[in-house]
Ligand binder design. Structure first.
Ligand code: ATP
Ligand code: MG
Length: 454
C-alpha cells in the first residue's frame, strides 16, 4: 500500500528508497555510494535520520536521470541535488564527489571541483563522517580510517585539524556536538586545535552556531557537550555572559556557603535531569546562572540579549525569558491564596516551568513537594476553573461609571482574582465587593442601577 503524502516514512521505507537511488545511478553507469553520517549511523547500528548519496554523476546528470519533477537543486554551487522520496522525510541528497576549493572567509568554500571518491572523503570533517558504503554490494569504502576510530570511539579530524578548523570554524562546534552525542573521546590533536582556534568561532554566522547549540541541548548527552565546550573554551566564546554569571554566583542568590563550582555543578545536573526537553526549556536550564547572579528580572533581560545575538525567534526568546523570570515563583504558592495558584499554574508555559523546577530540585537534592503539589493541582483543576472567562469586563466597569485610566486595570485584575478565589461568583456581588477591592482608590460617582446588566 502506498503511503499517503502526509504519513512519515518508516525507517525501512527510507532505507529502501535510498537503496533505489544508488541502484538507479549505478545502472546508468555512475559510481554511487551512501556517504557520511548515514554510514556512520548504520555501522553503529542506528537508523540514520537521513541518507546522503555521493556519486560521480554531475548535478545535471542526476537531474536528467531522475527527472526535473522529482529533483530539486538545493546546493546548486556545491552540486547537491535533492531526489524526492514519497514523503519529504525520505528525500535523499545526492552530491557529486568533489573537493572544496579555498575557504576565503573560514565559513564556506569559494568554489568546488568534481573529484574522486577518495578526494571527496578528504574534504569531510571527521574520520567517522568520511565513510562510503555501497548498499548493493554491501561494501564499505574507508579512505580515512573512520572504521577504526568508530571502534576506538574517537572523534578525529580528517587530515590536519588546524587546517580543517581554519577552513570552516563551525567544525569546532560539530566536534563538540558529535563527540558528545556518541560519547566518544575527542582525539588529542583535534582537541588541541579547537583550543588553539576557539577565539575565531565568531566568524561563523549566528544562525549556524544556534543550530548546533540547538542540537547540542536537545540531545540526551547535553551535559557532556556543555562540559566539553567549557573545557575547550568554546562555551566562553559563545556564551560569555554565562561564564561571567557563573563566576559571580557564589554569593547573593545562592544558598549560604555554596561556591561557584558547586552552583555550576548543580546547573549541569539540572540540565542532565531534563527529559526530552523543548529547546527553550533546555536553554533556560543552561542559562540559570544569569538570574542567580543578577536577579530574575535583570537575569531575564540579559538572557534575552544572549538569545537575540544568536538570532533565535521571538517566540523562543519570549518563552525562555519567561521561564527564567518565573523560576522559583512556585515557592510562594503554599503560603499564598488560591488566585495565586490559578494565576501562575494557568500560564501557558507552566508545564515547562515545572519540568525546570523539578530538574533543579533533583540537582540540589531538595524536596519535590511543591512541584508535586502544583502537578496535583493541575490534574485536579479543570481548565474552566483554572482560567475562567472573566465575570467582569472593562465594559462592565464603564457601565458602572468607572473611567478607563489609572487604577482601572488594577481593579479589573482584583475582580478577576476575587473570581479565581471564589469570592466573586455572581455579577450582582460586584457592588458590595468593590469598596474592599478598591482600597484607597477614589470611588466613581454613584452608579445608575438601570445601567447594570441583568
Ligand atoms: P547529523 O546526524 O546530525 O545530521 P551528520 O554528520 O550527518 O550529522 P550533516 O550535516 O547531515 O551531519 O552532514 C552530512 C555529512 O556531510 C557529514 O557526515 C560530513 O561527512 C559532511 N559534513 C557536514 N558538515 C560538514 C562540515 N562543516 N565540514 C565538512 N564536512 C561536513
Ligand atoms: Mg545527517
Amino acid at each position: 500500500m502506498a503511503a499517503s503524502p502526509s504519513s512519515p516514512a518508516t525507517a525501512a521505507g527510507r532505507r529502501e528508497f535510498a537503496v533505489s537511488v544508488v541502484r538507479r545511478l549505478q545502472r546508468a553507469g555512475y559510481t554511487a555510494y551512501w556517504a557520511g553520517g548515514c554510514v556512520r549511523d548504520l555501522l553503529r547500528g542506528e537508523d540514520p535520520s537521513d541518507f546522503d548519496v555521493a556519486t560521480s554523476a554531475t548535478p545535471e546528470q542526476v537531474r536528467s536521470l531522475f527527472g526535473q519533477r522529482h529533483t530539486l537543486a538545493v546546493g546548486a554551487s556545491f552540486g547537491v541535488i535533492l531526489v524526492r522520496g514519497e514523503t519529504s522525510d525520505s528525500d535523499v541528497e545526492v552530491a557529486t564527489f568533489r573537493t572544496d576549493g579555498l575557504y576565503i572567509d573560514g565559513r564556506r568554500p569559494e568554489s568546488v571541483q568534481f573529484a574522486t571518491p577518495e578526494q571527496d572523503a578528504q574534504r569531510r570533517d571527521f574520520t567517522i563522517n568520511g565513510l562510503f558504503y555501497d548498499p548493493l554490494e554491501s561494501r564499505l569504502y574507508d579512505y580515512v580510517g573512520g572504521q577504526a576510530d568508530l571502534e576506538r570511539r574517537l572523534l578525529r579530524a580528517i587530515g590536519d585539524p588546524l587546517a580543517r578548523f581554519t577552513e570552516d570554524k563551525l567544525r569546532m562546534m560539530r566536534a563538540v556536538r558529535l563527540s558528545a552525542r556518541f560519547e566518544f573521546e575527542l582525539e588529542e590533536q583535534t582537541a588541541q586545535a579547537v583550543r588553539q582556534m576557539v577565539d575565531q568561532i565568531g566568524v561563523v554566522s549566528a544562525e549556524r552556531i544556534a543550530q548546533e547549540l540547538r542540537k547540542i541541548v536537545l540531545h540526551r548527552t547535553r551535559r557532556l557537550a556543555i562540559e566539553r565546550a567549557d573545557r575547550l573554551g568554546l562555551l566562553g566564546q559563545i556564551l560569555p555572559e554565562l561564564i561571567e554569571a557563573r563566576a559571580g554566583s557564589s554569593h547573593e542568590s545562592s544558598p549560604a556557603g555554596q561556591g561557584p563550582a558547586q552552583a555550576w555543578r548543580q546547573t549541569l545536573d539540572a540540565l542532565d535531569a531534563l527529559n526530552h526537553p523543548t529547546f527553550e526549556l533546555a536553554i533556560a536550564a543552561l542559562l540559570d546562572p544569569l538570574p542567580r547572579r543578577w536577579g530574575r528580572a535583570a537575569g531575564g533581560r540579559k538572557a534575552e540579549g544572549v538569545l537575540r545575538r544568536l538570532k533565535l525567534s521571538n517566540a523562543e526568546i519570549d518563552k525562555t525569558r519567561w521561564l527564567l523570570t518565573q523560576v522559583g515563583a512556585i515557592d510562594q504558592l503554599p503560603s499564598g491564596p488560591l488566585w495565586q495558584w490559578k494565576e501562575l499554574l494557568g500560564e501557558p508555559w507552566i508545564p515547562e516551568l515545572l519540568q525546570l523546577e523539578r530538574a533543579q530540585r533533583l540537582a540540589r537534592g531538595e524536596s519535590l513537594e511543591v512541584v508535586e503539589s502544583c502537578e496535583q493541582f493541575l490534574r485536579q483543576t479543570p481548565a474552566e476553573e483554572l482560567r475562567p472567562a472573566p465575570l467582569v469586563t472593562g465594559d462592565d466597569l464603564i457601565r458602572l461609571n468607572f473611567k478607563p485610566g489609572k487604577g482601572f486595570k488594577e481593579l479589573l485584575r482584583e475582580l478577576y482574582r476575587a473570581q479565581l478565589d471564589g469570592r466573586l461568583v455572581r455579577f450582582e456581588q460586584v457592588p458590595e465587593l468593590l469598596p474592599q477591592l478598591m482600597g484607597d482608590r477614589p470611588a466613581p460617582p454613584a452608579a445608575d442601577s438601570r445601567q447594570m446588566p441583568p
